[in-house]
Structures are given as structure tokens and as C-alpha cells.
Design a protein around this ligand. Sequence first.
Ligand SMILES: CC[C@H](C(=O)O)C(=O)SCCNC(=O)CCNC(=O)[C@H](O)C(C)(C)COP(=O)(O)OP(=O)(O)OC[C@H]1O[C@@H](n2cnc3c(N)ncnc32)[C@H](O)[C@@H]1OP(=O)(O)O
Ligand SMILES: [Co+2]
Length: 134
Amino acid sequence: MLGKLNHVAIAVPDLAAAAATYGDVLGAKVSEPQPLPDHGVTVVFIDLGNSKVELLEPLGEDSPIAAFLEKNPAGGMHHVCYEVADILAARDRLVAAGARVLGDGQPKTGAHGKPVLFLHPKDFFGTLIELEQV
Ligand SMILES: CC[C@H](C(=O)O)C(=O)SCCNC(=O)CCNC(=O)[C@H](O)C(C)(C)COP(=O)(O)OP(=O)(O)OC[C@H]1O[C@@H](n2cnc3c(N)ncnc32)[C@H](O)[C@@H]1OP(=O)(O)O
Ligand SMILES: [Co+2]
């Protein structure tokens, strides 16, 4: 069911500072900031060629990463995103296996304009998983 690693996400308290560090210190290719109000985050993508890093900063009230940053004020690894060919088939298989799909279980449109779902970190060894249909 699982395809490639699409991205690893890092929650940060200051997106501009984190993007500058990746660009200037690490010499990475850094995107413009992309506000995603439906997801409560602003994102910057770091293009690594074979995969991506997604830097996340809270946006608006009730951001899903606010509590995470309260516990990890300097920032930290937030989720991994795996590609799947059929997100509804993947969801149904995971639910049948007892995994918790977050939200209402319906895919939302993610940063790449593709359907995404999130899986509860407690069901996957303390790691929040995002699935993206490609
Ligand atoms: C889709 C747009 C973009 C893209 O790539 O296209 C993005 O990636 S947006 C990314 C941001 N969106 C989300 O994270 C959506 C899914 N997340 C959630 O629904 C919540 O954040 C959730 C359910 C993971 C946690 O929310 P909750 O309110 O339950 O927070 P708690 O602090 O109470 O956490 C409960 C429990 O889980 C542990 N936890 C929380 N977040 C993480 C994490 N990222 N990785 C590992 N573990 C996590 C937290 O520490 C608590 O554990 P406990 O032992 O009870 O302390
Ligand atoms: Co993501």
C-alpha cells in the first residue's frame, strides 16, 4: 500500500528564521511560504530532489500544531508523509485494521493540491503519519 516518502515535516516557532537557516546555512532550495488556513498552518517546502522537508508554523486559532509547539518550543519533527495510490482504499484498510484516521475520515486537499489524511501517532509508534494520494 505505501509508496514513496513524500516529506518529513518539522514544526517551527518562526518560519522565516527556519527557512533562512535552511537556505543560508544548509544551502537548500527553499520555497515561498504557503498559508493553508484550512489546515491551520503556513508551510515552506525544502526540495531535496528525492524527497522534501516541510517546515510548519501555526496559522490562526486552533492550529493542530499549537499544542505540539507548546511541548517542543524550539520546534521538532512533527510527521512523515507517505504516498499512496488510492487514499480511500488505504483508509478503509487502516480502519479495518483498527487504526484511527483523524478528523472526519474524509480526505482534505493538502499543500500539493492532492488528497491527504492523517493517522493517530499513538497507533504508529509515536509518529504522526500523513497519507497523500499521488
Ligand atoms: C495537510 C497540509 C500540510 C501538507 O503536508 O499538505 C500538512 O502537513 S498540515 C500538518 C498539520 N496538520 C495536522 O497535524 C493534522 C493532524 N493532527 C491532529 O489532528 C492533531 O495534531 C493530533 C490528533 C495528532 C494531536 O492533537 P491533540 O489535540 O490530541 O494533541 P495532544 O497534544 O493532546 O496529543 C495527544 C497525544 O499525541 C501526541 N502527539 C501529538 N502530536 C504528535 C506528533 N506530531 N507526533 C507524535 N506524537 C504527537 C501528544 O504528545 C500526546 O501524547 P501524550 O503521551 O498524551 O502526551
Ligand atoms: Co505534511
